[in-house]
Design a protein around this ligand. Structure first.
Ligand SMILES: [Ca+2]
Ligand SMILES: [Ca+2]
Length: 559
């Protein structure tokens, strides 16, 4: 009878099924879970499968195969009654390919979700799935679907060990259908695309072909291939289009001779606000790029190697600190077509090498960039040309091409020794840039602030503090009244407001100055971290200027 109920629920969509390592039968109920393979087999479209903690292995080509739109959750505590409790750390659900098979195979025009698993030791050697028969997706291989992969640890998977073959996507290979795949909050660690000596590896962590959002993942220590001919240690993108967004990810210690962190092939994608550190080869390589936007990234390690084409590749608001002798940005084209690249508001730092090198048939536009520490700041080679304006040059052996309106002076980085390349209040970059269409800085702050835009990736916003007793936990400058901050702070300042009540005397706080401030409230009076205690303004009278208020309780003035 209950079985019948379950069928009815399933037909309506949205039934819940349960699986456990020792599960059996076909009930798939919380008190009587079935095996994982049976749960996935019996689930209907839109159903949810909860997978209890424990280790799951399989037979055949994959531990789990999915061919319908279902949600599969790991990290269930397995309790037979009561509410469903999930925690992937406390109750890990481990899908183990035993280095003998893939872990998850997804196919068809579907959009399943895989959430909260450890996906390990998959091996797609000899299983194909990639372009031209390449072995693809050791941990996860998704063909023609638009999956959501969320909260998973994808580790120690291998796409191929077959000599002379190609391996695509050690951790995952996603060839998506028309709707974008969503890959978010996963950790890709120590996956390998190709382990054979003669083969080629594309995408140690992840290989993408089709629309996808890759958001807030970790890519650590993945390898496209340990030796020659390896593309994209962390991430490899093949024919990426407008609908590919790579944002908020961390790439660290990945190995790919071309594109240690990211390799883009014939792509026009957005690479935004990622952090990249100590990846090998070049950190980002783009080949036959068709106008990708690479912006707001912070990169330590090797720089960018770009083959650009007719649609300009845009490099905006990046901080790149190179530790090797290659150019921080090397842009060139091919002998058969012209290429264009646009560099606006970047901070480019070398420890040993060149800044920007522009080569074959390529025209580069450089505006508002900081170039410091280079053997040569900006150079052209092999028929490349540059238009350079408002560059700040500092401590280069040779500035190279200085262009129009060069600025010479210390950028006054806040703490370059510890990797902080914000500019300080005395920076020569401050208010020295030309206006451009790039209206925010690398951390999303407004540009311009103060008297004009700043050269480089950072727009300087001074910080002042307010706290009702005038203490501010020792931070400086500190005011007890918001009105004092409005009078005294530099134009463009961020006013960090501790929790508490702020009045302004009769009529509330008066703001009457031709200036622009952001006021950020709800902060702890001791260390100005975010709290749930409110910052309350008892009345606010804005007569001139511009205010951005965040986390402020604004109350009507009470006399
Ligand atoms: Ca400024
Ligand atoms: Ca800033």
């Amino acid at each position: 009878m209950c079985w019948f109920c379950l069928i009815n629920l399933s037909d309506a969509g949205g039934a819940e099924l349960f699986a456990a390592p020792a599960g059996s039968g076909s009930m798939c109920a919380q008190a009587q879970p079935c095996s994982l393979s049976d749960a996935v087999l019996l689930a209907k479209e839109k159903d949810t499968v909860y997978v209890a903690q424990g280790t799951y292995q399989g037979t055949g080509a994959a531990v789990v195969s999915i061919d319908k739109t279902i949600t599969v959750y790991g990290g269930w505590d397995g309790a037979p009654t009561g509410p469903i409790v999930r925690n992937r750390v406390s109750y890990p659900s481990i899908l183990d390919g035993e280095n003998a098979r893939r872990v998850i195979y997804i196919s068809g025009s579907i959009s399943p979700a895989i959430d909260g698993f450890t996906i390990r030791a998959g091996n797609a050697s000899g299983l194909g799935g990639g372009p031209n028969g390449a072995d693809a997706g050791g941990g996860i291989c998704s063909l023609d679907a638009s999956p959501t992969l969320r909260n998973n640890i994808i580790t120690n998977n291998l796409a191929s060990a077959v000599e002379d073959k190609l391996g695509w996507g050690g951790g995952a290979y996603i060839k998506a259908a028309s709707a974008p795949a969503l890959i978010t909050l996963n950790e890709f660690r120590a996956n390998t695309a190709m382990s054979g000596e003669k083969g080629q590896g594309n995408g140690g962590g992840l290989s993408l072909w089709g629309p996808a959002s890759v958001l807030d993942n970790l890519f650590f220590d993945n390898t496209a291939k340990a030796s020659y001919w390896s593309l994209g240690g962390g991430l490899h993108v093949f024919y990426g289009e407008d609908q590919v967004l790579i944002s908020g990810n961390q790439f660290e210690g990945n190995l790919g001779l071309y594109g240690g962190a990211i390799y883009l092939y014939r792509s026009k994608v957005t690479v935004r606000s990622n952090s990249m550190k100590n990846n090998s080869g070049s950190t980002i390589q783009a080949w036959y790029d068709f106008g990708s936007l690479i912006e707001k990234n912070v990169i330590y390690g090797p720089g960018l190697y770009l083959q650009v084409s007719q649609v300009a590749t845009k490099i905006h608001n990046n901080i790149i600190v190179s530790d090797n002798t290659s150019a921080v940005i090397d842009a060139h084209s091919d002998s058969s077509f012209d290429g264009y690249v646009e560099l606006i508001h970047n901070t480019l730092v070398s420890k040993a090498g060149k800044g920007v090198a522009v080569g074959k048939r390529t025209q580069a536009t450089l505006l508002n960039n900081i170039l410091t520490g280079h053997s040569v700041g900006i150079e052209t080679l092999d028929g490349g040309s540059v238009q350079v304006d408002h560059s700040l040059f500092w401590q280069n052996t040779d500035d190279g091409i200085r262009g129009t309106n060069p600025v010479d002076g210390d950028p006054c980085f806040v703490d370059s020794t510890n990797g902080d390349y914000h500019i300080g209040g005395l920076s020569w970059a401050k208010d020295a840039a030309a206006s451009s269409a790039v209206m925010v800085d690398f951390e999303g702050e407004e540009r311009p602030a103060g008297a004009g835009p700043d050269i480089g990736a950072d727009e300087y916003h001074p910080i002042v503090y307010i706290e009702p007793s005038g203490n501010c936990g020792g931070k400086d400058p500190c005011y007890s009244l918001l009105s004092e901050a409005f009078v005294n702070a530099e134009d463009g300042a961020v006013i960090m407001a501790a929790s508490g009540n702020y009045g302004g005397g009769a009529g509330g706080v008066v703001f009457d100055r031709n200036a622009s401030f952001s006021v950020l409230g709800g902060l702890d009076p001791a260390d100005f971290s975010q709290t749930s205690s409110p910052t309350v303004l008892n009345g606010l009278d804005i007569r001139r200027g511009r205010l951005v208020l965040q986390n402020i309780h604004l109350r009507t003035f009470q006399p």
